[in-house]
Design a protein around this ligand. Structure first.
Ligand code: BES
Ligand code: ZN
Length: 602
């Protein structure tokens, strides 16, 4: 079988897109966009270059987007268009009839207040507090809420964009980016490598740039630029380590953008420009595995892309594995082992939580008629990673790395589904070795729930001493007398996640006085502590809890905190009260998960 034949490329059937790229597909777009902060609206047009063989029509995805007009090629007469479908969370198919020789279609459109990818921020929601801000989040299927597109990860296209913004703001995209503002407010972008729609992105704000090396830099609001540049100073080294592991970096520059704290994710691998939450700026570079993660997506995800959201584990499992290889290259094995162990703990919690939905714990998912967001669990990340670690252990690092290298070079700039991955694995790694095939047991990992028996990562060496100190505390040693100096963030996270289930308020107080968790400047540590505080009714931490929930919009922190509050009646009241205040600061990705839990039904 030929894995990379662009001529006869067949697009995977995608249950989350109305488009049919096998009949007609978009391969390049030129957008012209105007961003209006007063009306909170992006309006503009796009010229879509298409390929087809006398297809009667082309279908694009749109959702909460207003289509104003459509034209074929350079015709002046508008073309009729119709909408197909209309399904909750999927939106509609925009159907445009084609003539036999049509090469381009032009569309005029504008976003609406319901365009879920967009978050428009007031100045108070930014670091500088003086300028407005806009950012997009397209993954998984929100690109169609701000740009008409064939919104399936198996369709790739190049693009350019002309973007007009207010003169005091700088726009950035997943493309070649400007490093400073100009006087006209008009900027031109190009992305020469073909990308899927979920990687389309735009951010606009009072942004400044600081270089981090030859090919790397960071954008942030001026007041946080210095802290960001310090935190991410090792980015270029990560890029070097990544290239050494799995082959050339195909995207030119690699820059980071620090967003306001309402950004709903830790990071998003928008090509050439990773979007990142400011909550990883801890002051001590201890949360930068997130940068390694988003950087690793430049190979796993952006270069070789999951064909549908059912194959999401191919993006995230590979990326988690790769992230930890980068961290190991920079900081050594002990460090990487801590990340693996913490990830494994999370995986075990997720397996428990999903015990009533065992099918959702297979690597290959079936998300038909469901929001692809439901596939965003630790299964794709940590079970995927564990499977790859298992492969590495079975064949040895040298052979496994050669396999991964070949995977990226063979399939670069194409999409991959789970079945084709299984074939490639069989051919390139198993290669007729029956005994190895048994041990690999790919179909159990991929198509069966849970983790195969007897599988666990090696326990991190550095956590042994944390476990010993925990034990000492539980048997009477005072918290402030524990040997905790030199502990890194990860050791603290292990400590917090392995505290005994039931603590007295006196014990909570003792820990807090000894270690200052409530006031921790490290968002991971603080969030984990706040969760304990809710569980134990440790009220001293509630003002910090409220401040955190009002400021931070990162869904990974919000869900566990609100869920913990909802476990008691008193907490439920508080959760609703805080949510009322905090909700205006959350992106739709976060509110769509939280509304169901927290909005009172009358
Ligand atoms: N691509 C994901 C974020 C994502 C996944 C957004 C699916 C929408 C749908 C990104 O690479 C990611 O995994 N982010 C993680 C951080 C990572 C270190 C585990 C996050 O945001 O927490
Ligand atoms: Zn990821």
């Amino acid at each position: 079988m030929d894995f990379n034949n662009n001529q006869a490329y067949t697009f995977s059937k995608d249950p989350h897109s109305f488009s049919n790229p096998n009949l007609a597909h978009v391969h390049h777009v030129d957008w012209d966009l105007k961003v209006d902060f007063d009306q909170k609206k992006i309006s503009g047009s796009g010229v879509y270059h298409i390929r087809h063989q006398q297809a009667p029509e082309i279908v694009l995805d749109v959702h909460h987007l207003r289509i104003i007009c459509a034209w074929l090629d350079d015709e002046e007469q508008p073309e009729e268009f119709t909408f197909r479908g209309e399904k909750p969370f999927l939106g509609q198919g925009l159907q445009i009839p084609l003539k036999p020789g049509t090469q381009k279609i032009r569309l005029a459109f504008e976003t609406t207040p319901a365009s879920g990818a967009l978050q428009w921020l007031e100045p108070e929601q930014t670091a500088g507090k003086t300028e407005t801000f806009l950012f997009t989040q397209s993954q998984a299927i929100l690109a169609r809420t701000w740009l008409p597109c064939q919104d399936s990860p198996s369709v790739r296209f190049t693009y350019t964009a002309r973007v007009q913004v207010p003169p005091n703001l700088l726009p950035l995209m997943s493309a070649d980016n400007p490093q400073e503002k100009n006087n006209s407010g008009t900027y031109f972008f190009r992305m020469d490598q073909p990308i899927p729609s979920y990687l389309l992105s735009l951010a606009i704000g009072d942004l400044a740039f600081a270089p981090l090396g030859e090919r790397c830099g960071v954008y942030a609001e001026p007041s946080s630029l210095e802290a960001a540049a310090y935190e991410f100073a090792e980015t270029e080294q990560m890029l070097l380590a990544a290239k050494n592991l799995y082959g050339p970096y195909r995207w030119g520059r690699y820059d980071l953008l620090v967003l306001p704290p309402s950004f709903p994710f830790g990071g998003m691998e928008n090509p050439k420009l990773t979007f990142a939450t400011p909550t990883i700026i801890a002051g001590d570079r201890s949360l930068t595995s997130l940068v390694a993660h988003e950087l690793a997506h430049s190979w796993s995800g952006n270069l070789v892309t999951n064909a549908t959201w059912n194959d999401f584990w191919l993006n995230e499992g590979f990326t988690v594995y790769f992230e930890r290889r980068i961290m190991e290259a920079l900081y050594g094995q002990d460090y990487a082992q801590m990340l693996h162990w913490l990830g494994y703990q999370d995986l075990r919690h997720t397996l428990e939580e999903l015990s009533a939905k065992p099918q959702d714990t297979c690597l290959k998912l079936n998300l038909e008629n469901r929001d692809p967001d439901e596939g965003l669990t630790e299964i794709a990340y940590e079970k995927g990673n564990l499977f790859l670690c298992r492969l590495e252990a079975l064949v040895g690092r040298a052979r496994f790395d050669a396999f991964v290298n070949k995977y990226f070079s063979t399939f670069q700039f194409t999409s991959m589904d789970t079945a084709r991955f299984e074939q490639f694995l069989e051919k390139e790694l198993v290669n007729g070795d029956e005994e190895l095939k048994q041990k690999v047991n790919a179909s159990a990992w991929i198509h069966s729930p849970g983790i195969p028996e007897g599988i666990a990562p090696q326990k991190a060496r550095l956590f042994e001493k944390v476990a010993a100190e925990l034990q000492r505390w539980e048997t009477g040693t005072l918290a402030r007398q524990l040997a905790t100096h030199n502990w890194s963030t990860h050791e603290w996270l292990y400590f917090l996640s392995n505290l005994p289930k039931n603590l007295s308020l006196t014990q909570m107080q003792e820990l807090d006085e000894a270690f200052g968790f409530t006031a921790s400047g490290n968002a991971e540590i603080q969030a984990e502590w706040l969760r304990h505080s809710i569980r134990h009714g440790y009220k001293e931490a509630y003002p910090a809890l409220e401040a955190f929930l009002v400021r931070v919009g990162r869904r990974k922190f919000l869900l566990p905190l609100y869920k913990a509050l909802l476990e008691t009646e008193e907490g439920t009241g508080l959760a609703r009260e805080i949510y009322r205040k905090a909700r205006p600061n959350y992106h739709s990705v976060s509110t769509s998960s939280l509304d169901a839990l927290l909005l009172q039904t009358p």
